[in-house]
Design a protein around this ligand. Structure first.
Ligand SMILES: [Zn+2]
Length: 214
């Protein structure tokens, strides 16, 4: 049997960081939706080629293509392996579909890890992000400040706040999350698979809590 663990949480909750850290410690495979797409496109799988045609046209990859990609991934996963999904499922329909795709590939969704963070903390985390437009380095005004305020340590360029991290965009991202992804939490709660983790602390503490819960 192959196991799937789904990572859930609002933007800024630290899903990707926690999934990557726990995967590195347990030998699980961390699958972020973005990486899955890029990998399938790079390897030229049937679903990857299809996804590429949408991406090249600047369009969103439709769910049907995403599902085929998840199927390819599950089919190729060795028996006994564990996959951490980060960024999928994003809504209840996708969560139901994941159950079907798993069953068809001799896999089970074993747990859904919900990273709980207060809205105030999310706003602080996302709003404090600064990015170097020249070399791509990322900073945070509180948790990862550059040596000189507003200046990139690596290349000396002036740091910027990405459009995604501006207050009005953050409010919108959190609202979209509440509307579409929060119901997924209820879906897994009803299935008895939900593990709520207090994700307000530092990344290594959150990873330890997740590892202990699995
Ligand atoms: Zn830089």
């Amino acid at each position: 049997m192959k196991k799937i663990v789904v990572f859930l949480g609002a933007p800024g909750a630290g899903k990707g960081t926690a999934a990557a850290a726990v995967a590195a410690r347990t030998g699980a495979r961390h699958v972020s939706t973005g990486a899955m797409l890029r990998d399938a496109v790079a390897r030229g799988t049937p679903a990857g080629l299809e996804a590429k045609s949408f991406m090249d046209a600047g369009a969103l990859v439709p769910d049907e293509v995403l599902y085929r990609m998840v199927s390819e991934l599950l089919a190729a996963a060795p028996d006994g392996s564990t996959l951490f999904f980060d960024g999928f499922p994003r809504n209840s329909a996708q969560a139901e579909k994941l159950g079907e795709l798993a069953a068809a590939a001799a896999a089970t969704v074993d747990a859904a890890v919900m990273l709980d963070v207060s809205e105030a903390t999310l706003v602080e985390r996302l709003g404090g992000r600064r990015t170097c437009p020249k070399c791509g380095a990322g900073y945070h005004v509180k948790s990862l400040p550059p040596k000189v305020e507003g200046v990139c340590d690596k290349c000396g360029a002036a740091l910027v706040t990405r459009a995604d991290d501006r207050p009005e965009t953050i409010a919108n991202r959190l609202a979209v999350y509440e509307r579409s992804t929060a119901p997924v939490v209820g879906f897994y709660e009803r299935a008895g698979l939900l593990k709520r983790i207090d994700a307000s602390g530092p990344a290594d503490a959150v990873a330890a809590l997740v590892e202990a819960a699995l």
